[in-house]
Ligand binder design. Structure first.
Ligand code: KIV
Ligand code: ZN
Length: 512
């Protein structure tokens, strides 16, 4: 679709603000995979991380910068020299690098958090932008807690950072306090009162504490904003960030209303949402707009009747336009290698070599023996749980006894570096018994941080996809397992996490 509307820049921060969500941390490989999907979706800017935050963050930004070619790659940096230098280093190989520097400008943040006078904040902001401009022409400046900042101070600082070379000005609603009319009007006033506002693109970045992140972002767009910062599935700190899929589809569906359009290829929305959910272990609620399992399901007889007679009676978007359509292509046990590989390619996966695909194809065959129809979600969870050619721990057999009124018991045979080891334990539930049995031989000293089960598809023969997050010595890993038996999936996920702790990153299929 082409319109005369202004371009709305889509800035995805799933890998930075999304990852700041407690328990959503991702490995470098997982970040690369998501970044490739975002690039394929034609996201304009990918915020890949906060380079100075840790060595892991630095390497992830660097890897995304080296991989992505068709989107701008951005790193966050506080308005201080070392942060900016680190961001610039991580982005060195990016085709289109952006440094995103920020400082808080609200009275409450300046007084209590920064303990700095406004004039000092002003100077630090200007210096940071000038410094960042030594490395790239593309510098974004954010006024943290902008929605609670004094207007006159904002006008002054924005004018100065634009003069110093910032080409994007972001005014976040950091604490999710804004309300659409008020937040939109704030942008209108800023744009009217800053003399050089025509030299920059204004940007919105909203948190969802009051459930208003998308509404606030769209109000900002109606008042002159031309960049929206958002995340897949609305992932983000506390109640999350504005959801990319909701913003993009609101703008696309209401072209009669919004003066903007995006370049997003919306057919990649659902596969990307699934990927983010399976990597983080954060399920998508069934009634979530656009990407929830029920988002396009009509249950009521009156609605079904209407849709059958004339689709637009109850449907304002087409499921296939956001990536649900192809999802119905069903593979099964008679599907061959070529069909499976082709479907993986459509979903954005490529395999390094025939050996790597063979591991995945074998798991596909094993699953197809247990389950009639293999959906896209199954394919994704097969890859997420694809076993490494060399594993430290592997599940051989599992036996669980669970009877009402008795403590469940688990007995396992594990292969540890190829040698068979038996383990057993009881627990407060069957999963607890399995994990305790594994720990009785692994003694990993790791803490269980998250256990999450998701039905990958519908019905009782669906695969259960399990995520287990373990932490040891400050290092977090996400193990995944998928099986039609969720207890087997749980054991696999726990062992997968132990393998990651033991051996570092995995040799998994790469996205796109
Ligand atoms: O919410 C916020 O203010 C942020 C900034 C760092 C952009 O995430
Ligand atoms: Zn934020």
């Amino acid at each position: 679709m082409s319109t005369n509307n202004d371009k709305l820049v889509i800035f995805d921060t799933t890998l930075r603000d999304g990852e700041q969500s407690p328990g959503a941390s991702m490995t470098k490989e997982e970040k690369i995979h998501i970044a490739r999907m975002l690039e394929r979706m034609r996201v304009d800017v990918i915020e890949a991380g906060f380079a100075i935050a840790s060595q892991g963050d630095f390497e992830a930004v660097q890897a995304v910068a080296e991989t992505v070619k068709d989107s701008t790659v951005c790193s966050l940096a506080r308005a201080v020299g070392p942060d900016i230098i680190r961001a610039a280093e991580a982005l060195k190989k990016a085709e289109a690098p952006r440094i995103h520097t920020f400082i808080a400008t609200s009275p409450i943040h300046m007084k209590y958090k920064l303990q700095m006078e406004p004039d000092k904040v002003f100077q630090q902001a200007v210096d940071a932008v000038s410094h960042a401009r030594q490395y790239t022409d593309d510098v974004e400046f954010s006024l943290e807690d902008g929605s609670r900042s004094e207007p006159e101070f904002m006008y002054r600082i924005i004018e100065a950072v634009i003069n110093a070379g910032a080409s994007t000005i972001n005014i976040p609603d950091t604490v999710g306090y804004g309300e659409p009319e008020e937040y939109g009007a704030m942008f209108r006033r800023v744009i009217e009162n800053v003399p050089n506002s025509d030299k920059a693109i204004f940007s919105t970045h909203c948190h969802n504490d009051l459930g208003l992140a998308v509404a606030n972002s769209l109000a900002a767009v109606m008042n002159g904003v031309r960049q929206v910062e958002c995340t897949i599935n609305g992932l983000g700190e506390r109640a999350g960030n504005a959801s990319l899929e909701e913003i993009v589809m609101a703008v696309r569906t209401r072209q009669d209303l919004y003066p903007v359009d995006t370049r997003i290829d919306t057919t990649h929305i659902v596969p990307t949402s699934r990927l983010v959910s399976s990597i983080t272990g954060f399920p998508v609620q069934p009634n979530k707009a656009i990407v929830g399992a029920n988002a396009f399901a009509h249950e009521s007889g009156i609605h079904q009747d209407g849709v059958l007679k004339h689709r637009e009676t109850y449907e304002i978007m087409r499921a296939e336009d956001v990536g649900w359509g192809n999802n119905r292509l069903v593979l099964g046990k008679h599907s061959g290698r070529a069909a499976v590989k082709a479907r993986y390619e459509e979903l954005g996966y490529t395999f390094e070599d025939a050996g790597e695909f063979q591991v995945v194809f074998q798991r596909f065959k094993d699953l197809a023996d247990k389950k009639h129809e293999i959906f896209d979600e199954d394919l994704q969870s097969i890859v997420a749980g694809a076993e490494e050619p060399v594993e430290h721990y592997r599940l051989a057999t599992l036996h669980v006894q669970s009877r009402s009124g008795q403590r469940p018991q688990a007995q396992l045979q594990l292969l540890i570096d190829g040698s068979e080891v038996s383990a057993e334990s009881e627990g407060s539930g069957p999963v607890d018994a399995i994990f305790k049995a594994i720990e009785s031989v692994a003694s990993s000293q790791a803490d269980l941080k998250l256990y999450s089960v998701n039905a990958v598809t519908q019905g009782t023969e669906a695969q259960g996809s399990v995520t287990v997050r373990l932490e040891r010595d400050g290092r977090l890993v996400n193990g995944v397992g998928a099986d039609t038996d969720i207890l087997v999936a749980s054991a696999q996920a726990y062992l997968d996490a132990l393998n990651l702790l033991a051996g570092g990153s995995k040799n998994k299929a790469q996205g796109v």
